[in-house]
Design a protein. Structure first.
Length: 330
C-alpha cells in the first residue's frame, strides 16, 4: 500500500512516535468514514444480489473483473476499515495486541495492493476485449490473471510481513502500528513500492491513455455505428473506475517520488493527517461508480422503486339499482 512517513511532532507518553492528530481531526475522519462505509456496504450488497439474480450480468466477460474488484474493495471496507475506525476513534489500537497489529497490517497491504493491480488488469483486459477479443476466447486466458494475481500478492505479503528477517516493534498509537519492519529497510521497501504501487499505477495510466486514443479514432472511423456504441459502453465503465483510482493514487505516486528524490518531508503533516486515509475513498466510492456503469441493475432498481410507489386506481363501486332508479331509467 502507498503510505506516508510517520514522522511526528509532539511526543506522546506511551509512544516513541508522536502524532499530529487532534480530537477534532479524529472525530471528523471517524464520522465521515463511518457514514460512507455504511452506504458503501449497502450499495455493494445491491450489486452482489443483482449479480446473483441476473444471469445476463454474470455471462458478460467484461463484468467478471469488475465483480472481483468489487469483492476486493468490499473486503477492505468490511474487515480492514473497522480496525482503522477503532484506531481513529480511540487514538490507539484497542485491544493493543501484536496479533491484531499483524492482522491490520496484512489486510491493509494485501487488499489495497490487490485492488490497485486488479484495476491495472481490468484496464488491460478491457483494451483486449474491445480491440482484440479473439485473444480472450478461452477461460484460461480470461481467468488466469484474475486468479493468480491475488494468490501471488497474498504469498508476497505473507513472506514479507510474517517471515521476513527483521526485528518488529509495534506502536499501538500509530496508524497500522507503525507498519511492518521490512518497510524500514530501504532496498526491500523500495522493491515492494515499485511492485505494489508504481508499476500497476503506471500500467493503468498508459493503458487508459492508449484506450482513449483508439476509442476516439474508432468513433470517427465508424460514424457512431453499433460497434461504436458497444465500445463506448465498455470504455465508459473502465474510464469511470480508472479515474477514481488514478485521482487518488497518481498524486500519491508523485508525492512519493518527490520525497524520494527531492524533499523527504514534502507534505509531511498533510500526509499524516489526510493522505494516509484518502486511499479509503477508492473502496468506499467504487460500488457507486460500478452501479452507475451497470445500466441493467439501475433499470431493475427503477422498476422496483416505481412498482412500490405505484398506486392502483380506485375502481368505481357497483351501486345496486333501487326501485326509484329503475323508474327513472325507464
Amino acid at each position: 500500500m502507498l503510505s506516508v512517513n510517520n514522522t511526528t511532532l509532539v511526543e506522546d507518553e506511551n509512544s516513541a512516535f508522536p502524532t499530529y492528530e487532534t480530537p477534532l481531526s479524529r472525530t471528523i475522519k471517524f464520522h465521515c468514514l463511518l457514514v460512507f462505509q455504511i452506504l458503501s456496504i449497502l450499495c455493494s450488497a445491491i450489486i452482489f444480489i443483482s449479480f446473483g439474480r441476473m444471469r445476463e450480468l454474470r455471462a458478460k466477460q467484461h463484468n467478471h473483473i469488475v465483480i472481483c474488484l468489487l469483492v476486493c474493495n468490499f473486503l477492505i471496507i468490511s474487515i480492514e476499515l473497522p480496525v482503522t475506525l477503532i484506531y481513529i476513534h480511540f487514538g490507539q489500537l484497542i485491544p493493543s495486541s501484536d496479533k491484531l497489529c499483524l492482522y491490520w497490517i496484512f489486510t491493509n497491504y494485501f487488499l489495497f495492493t490487490t485492488s490497485i493491480w486488479l484495476t491495472a488488469v481490468a484496464s488491460i483486459q478491457r483494451h483486449i476485449l474491445i480491440f482484440h477479443a479473439h485473444l480472450m476466447n478461452s477461460h484460461i486466458k480470461h481467468y488466469t490473471p484474475i486468479i493468480l494475481l491475488p494468490i501471488s500478492l497474498c504469498i508476497w505479503y505473507i513472506v514479507l510481513i510474517f517471515f521476513y528477517s527483521c526485528e518488529q516493534h509495534f506502536d499501538y498509537t500509530q496508524p497500522w502500528c507503525i507498519g511492518p519492519c521490512y518497510t524500514f529497510q530501504s532496498v526491500i521497501s523500495t522493491v515492494d513500492w515499485i511492485i505494489g504501487s508504481f508499476v500497476p499505477v503506471i500500467l493503468t495510466v498508459h493503458t487508459n491513455i492508449v484506450l482513449v486514443v483508439r476509442v476516439v479514432y474508432q468513433k470517427y472511423r465508424m460514424h457512431r455505428g453499433r460497434t461504436w456504441r458497444t465500445t463506448r459502453k465498455l470504455a465508459f465503465q473502465l474510464f469511470s473506475i480508472s479515474f477514481l483510482f488514478l485521482s487518488i493514487y497518481l498524486p500519491l505516486i508523485i508525492i512519493s517520488l518527490i520525497r524520494l528524490w527531492f524533499n523527504p518531508t514534502f507534505l509531511m503533516i498533510f500526509g499524516i493527517l489526510y493522505i494516509s486515509y484518502a486511499v479509503y475513498l477508492v473502496p468506499l466510492l467504487i460500488p457507486f461508480i460500478c452501479l452507475i456503469s451497470l445500466p441493467e441493475i439501475v433499470l431493475q432498481m427503477k422498476k422496483f422503486i416505481c412498482f412500490n410507489n405505484y398506486v392502483e386506481p380506485e375502481r368505481p363501486q357497483n351501486i345496486p339499482m333501487t326501485i326509484s332508479s329503475r323508474r327513472i331509467n325507464q
